[in-house]
Design a protein around this ligand. Structure first.
Ligand code: APR
Ligand code: ZN
Ligand code: ZN
Length: 390
């Protein structure tokens, strides 16, 4: 229906056409192009993207980090909210008109990982930065008008009017949010789920505990909101961009350290402020030096560091194995430990009740045509999340 309305507005379009922001090579500007989006195949879903937002991982992929340079032209983007346009054979739990949120860390529900309570990974739809085609047939559903493939990204690809995803990578919103709430739900695709989930599911922050958060982008600020909601009494924000401190305060942070202004290593400051170190530290940058500071900021005996930032390869842990003998531990997390299909609907409801402030993380809104400007804002450290209206 949505499709037909689109076709009638733009009379020249056929049913499988749509507009997308295509990137043709690392660091190349996005080009808004008319592309073809094939119908969904078995267990796939074609969605109309309503809103999409830009995460640091999109920026890394755009720069060609993490082997992403293998697959261009490509449609990046993994945070969005959309509406189901059509479903492929075998899809039972989604139907035309459903509001959905894409998840890059899918949940097939069938594999040994999905059946385990100990992980949120999925054998088939876990993160694979090299994957750029659909699972079914190893082909892309996107192509240029002259038939050349345009590759997928992170099981999702959202900088486009229409996208095709495996149904395992879509979560149905069981709520009927109004338009202003709906657009904030893009953050459940990655930033908020990752940050809040790290505090709730991975660290399991307890009332009265102390926390240090390194990197105050949307992910770090979401972790702060998660820690505040759990009753943490001290939340120390660390960022080299002091502009982030004001917003950090509104997300529950009690103290701030700018490493650039600190005469001594950040971990020494944190330990002084917390009587020996924080209970939990979160690395939300993706930098080995920051990770080491985060690790050393925790209290010996029980301190736990959660790695959220995506580190460029090749990179190894910046620790001597004996440093782990002091009882500090370190753990990485994908998607905040959430099993997306099973657990995100409840997180969405919690957001509707105001448990978390999603709106505060959206710093800018622009039409998708202005995507290059939006990337510049993130590069310049001016944006938390820029929401694109598709
Ligand atoms: N020390 C302290 N802060 C730093 C440093 C550093 N060396 N380098 C960068 N930062 C800060 C930036 O100033 C910025 O405020 O880290 C923050 C990163 O924020 P964003 O770029 O908005 O990134 P975000 O989308 O929050 O993602 C953070 O999580 O999911 C991953 O790939 C993502 O690695 C990225 C991380
Ligand atoms: Zn699975
Ligand atoms: Zn992301």
């Amino acid at each position: 229906m949505i499709k037909r309305r689109l076709s009638s507005i733009h009379g020249h379009l056929n049913d499988d056409d749509g507009e997308a922001a295509v990137v043709r090579g690392p660091n190349q500007p996005f080009l808004i192009e008319q592309i073809r989006v094939d119908p969904p195949q078995k267990m796939e879903v074609r969605i109309k993207i309503l809103y999409t937002s830009i995460c640091h991982t999109d920026l890394s992929a755009w720069k060609g980090e993490n082997e992403a340079q293998q697959a261009f032209p490509r449609i990046l983007g993994h945070e969005a909210v959309g509406v189901v346009e059509s479903v492929g054979e075998g899809v039972r739990e989604l139907k035309e008109g459903d509001h959905v949120v894409p998840i890059f860390n899918g949940e097939c529900g069938e594999c040994v990982y999905c059946k385990s309570q100990g992980t949120n990974l999925c054998e088939t739809f876990r993160v694979n930065p090299l994957k750029s085609v659909m699972q079914n047939d190893g082909k892309s559903r996107f192509s240029t008008k002259d038939g050349h493939p345009i590759f997928h990204f992170l099981n999702t690809s959202t900088f486009t009017e229409y996208s095709v995803l495996d149904s395992a990578c879509l979560v149905k919103l069981h709520i009927h949010p109004d338009a202003s709430t709906l657009k904030n739900m893009t953050l459940l695709s990655c930033g908020v789920s990752t940050g809040v989930g790290a505090a709730w599911n991975v660290a399991n922050v307890q009332p009265g505990s102390s926390v240090a958060i390194f990197g105050l982008g949307a992910v770090g600020l979401a972790a702060s909101q998660g820690a505040r909601a759990r009753g943490a009494s001290k939340i120390i924000g660390v960022d080299r961009n002091p502009d982030k401190f004001l917003i950090g305060k509104t997300m529950g942070m009690t103290d701030f350290i700018n490493p650039k202004d600190s005469p001594k290593p950040v971990h020494e400051r944190v330990r002084e402020m917390t009587n020996g170190g924080v209970d939990h530290s979160f690395e939300c940058v993706g930098d080995a030096g920051v990770l080491r500071e985060a690790f050393l900021s925790t209290h010996d005996g029980w301190g736990k560091t959660i790695i959220i930032g995506v580190h460029p390869s090749p990179q190894t842990l910046p620790l001597h194995p004996m440093e782990l003998f002091d009882g500090r531990s370190i753990i990485g997390t994908t998607f905040g430990g959430y099993k997306g299909k099973t657990q995100l609907p409840d997180l969405a409801k919690a957001c509707m009740r105001g448990v978390l402030n999603l709106e505060g993380l959206i710093s800018h809104e622009l039409p998708m045509e202005n995507i290059n400007e939006a990337f510049q804002l993130l590069k310049d450290g001016k944006a938390l999340r820029c929401l694109l209206h598709v």
